[in-house]
Design a binder for this molecule. Sequence first.
Ligand SMILES: NC(=O)c1ccc[n+]([C@@H]2O[C@H](COP(=O)([O-])OP(=O)(O)OC[C@H]3O[C@@H](n4cnc5c(N)ncnc54)[C@H](OP(=O)(O)O)[C@@H]3O)[C@@H](O)[C@H]2O)c1
Length: 233
Amino acid sequence: MKSKRILIVGGGTGIGLCLAEQLINLGSTVVIASRDIQKVQSVAARLGNNASAYQLDASDEQAVIRFFSDLGEFDHLVVTIRPDHLTAPFTDSAPADSRAAFDAKFWGQYYLARYCVDTISTDGSIVFTSGIAAERGYQGFSCTAAINGAIESLTKSLAVELAPIRINAVTPGFIERKADDDERWEMVQNLGARIPAKRLGTQAEAANAYIYLLQNRYTTGTILTVDGGELSA
Ligand SMILES: NC(=O)c1ccc[n+]([C@@H]2O[C@H](COP(=O)([O-])OP(=O)(O)OC[C@H]3O[C@@H](n4cnc5c(N)ncnc54)[C@H](OP(=O)(O)O)[C@@H]3O)[C@@H](O)[C@H]2O)c1
C-alpha cells in the first residue's frame, strides 16, 4: 500500500474514514470525496499531509465525469457511500426514497466504476460495498437488500469485463457506528440477528477487509463478508 493513491468515496465518516486512517498508516495517500465538502476538508486536515478532500455527489453522473477529469491518475477506488434513506418497512416506504437510495449507493458505485477506467491504474482495483441484507431478509431492509444484491452481481460481472483491473466487494454485517454502540446492538437483536460472535463488528474490523482486497493481487470478483458469522448461523 506504500505510495499508492487511493480514492475513498464516502470516506468522511464511518468505515470509509477508518479505512483512510489505516491506509495512511500503511504509507498510502488518500483522497476522500463526498457531498459535504466542509466535512471532508476538516477530516482531511485532521488526517494530515497524506489526505486530501473533494466534493462529489456520486449519484450525479455528470459530476462523476467532471470529478475524474480533475482528479488525475490513481491506484485504487473504494466506495463506502451510505444513502440517506435506506431502511423502512416495505409497505410504508416511499418509492421515491428507494429510488434515491439506489441513485446514491447503486448508481453511485456504477458511475464511479464506469468513469474511472481511464485514470485508474491497470494494476489497481475497485472495492465496492454491499451488505449482508443481500443474502438474508430482515424487516425493513428490502431496499437495502435489492441494492446490495445488484452491487454483488455487478462486482462479479465487472471482474470479467474490466480485467486486469480487479473488482471486489466488502459485505459488512452489523458494524458499530460508534464505540460501545448499545443502541445499535439492541436494534440488531430486535431484528432477530443470530451473530455467533455475540457482538457488533468494529469499523476497524470492517476496514481490514478492504485492505485485504486492495493488497491481494490474485483476488477479483470476490465478495468478502465480515459479519461475525451471521450468515452462517
Ligand atoms: N455500518 C453497518 O453496520 C453496515 C452494514 C452493512 C452495510 N454497510 C454499508 O457499508 C457502507 C459504509 O457504511 P457506514 O455506516 O460506514 O456509512 P456512513 O458513515 O453512514 O456514510 C458514509 C458516507 O456516505 C456519504 N454519502 C452519502 N451519499 C453520498 C453520495 N450521493 N455521494 C457521495 N457520498 C455520499 C456520506 O457523506 P456526505 O453526506 O458528505 O455525502 C457519508 O459520510 C455503506 O455502503 C453501508 O450501506 C454498513
